[in-house]
Design a protein around this ligand. Structure first.
Ligand code: SAH
Length: 222
């Protein structure tokens, strides 16, 4: 097996079995996009968490990354990535809620370009460093408030939001290209649902993709 990140820590080398177990589990849970599964297998998730948690990096669970935030559960990252890529790979993607950068790393080689926004400066700085370390060079980061989207770079073929607003932000819908899709969790804490919204010729189509649990999409920057 090859994995570009294995040289970052010994855990990378010893994790081959746990990574395979994770991929099996995701398949059993219905993830079927081969490219997405391959990214989950090869992205070294252990470099996105504290060393003390590295041994748990290939469990299918969210883990703390400091600042009251979490690295998303691999299943959720896989599901959202798959939902974004279905029916044609988007070229230009906006990601809101970079966090540790794991979702960014999974998605980057599967799309043309990612614009990624995070409101917590230290998280953004470390994510930027890791993405560089992995040799992914089609990502541009920005410290800012995701509620505003990134008007200067709009429209986007895909928008992926990793934190939950109570209602879909109008601004993000406006920044979708024709046929573009927005994948995001919506709802109050404890009652969120993953939804996919497509921009069609006559408006927007909304699909429900199941219950999820995310941190809230907070207004304003830190
Ligand atoms: N994408 C991450 C998970 C991030 S958790 C992963 O791969 O695991 C959600 C992130 O959204 C947090 O880092 C939080 O700070 C950020 N966030 C919350 N509200 C935001 C906003 N309004 N603008 C930008 N980022 C926001």
């Amino acid at each position: 097996m090859t994995s570009s990140g294995d040289d970052f820590s010994g855990i990378g080398m010893t994790s081959a079995r746990t990574r395979e177990r994770l991929i099996r589990r995701l398949r059993e849970q219905g993830i079927c996009d081969a490219a997405v599964l391959e990214r989950i297998r090869s992205v070294p998730r252990h470099i996105f968490v504290d060393e003390a948690l590295a041994s748990r990096a290939y469990e299918d669970t969210a883990l703390p990354i400091g600042h009251n935030q979490t690295i998303s559960q691999p299943f959720v990252v896989a599901r959202m990535t798959e939902a974004l890529l279905e029916d044609g790979r988007p070229d230009v993607v906006l990601e809101i809620g970079t966090g540790c950068g794991y979702q960014t790393a999974v998605l980057a080689p599967l799309v043309g370009k990612i614009y990624s926004i995070e409101r917590i400066t230290p998280l953004l700085a470390r994510a930027r460093q890791r993405i560089r370390q992995l040799g992914l060079n089609n990502v541009q980061f920005r410290h800012g408030d995701g509620w505003q989207g990134w008007p200067a770079r709009a429209p986007f073929d895909g928008i992926l939001v990793a934190a939950a607003p109570e209602d879909v932000p109008e601004t993000l819908l406006e920044q979708l290209a024709p046929d573009g899709r927005l994948v995001l969790p919506v709802g109050p804490r404890g009652r969120q649902e993953l939804v996919r919204i497509r921009r069609t010729a006559d408006g927007f189509e909304r699909e429900r993709l199941g219950l999820v649990s995310f941190v809230p999409l907070v207004e304003g920057v830190k």
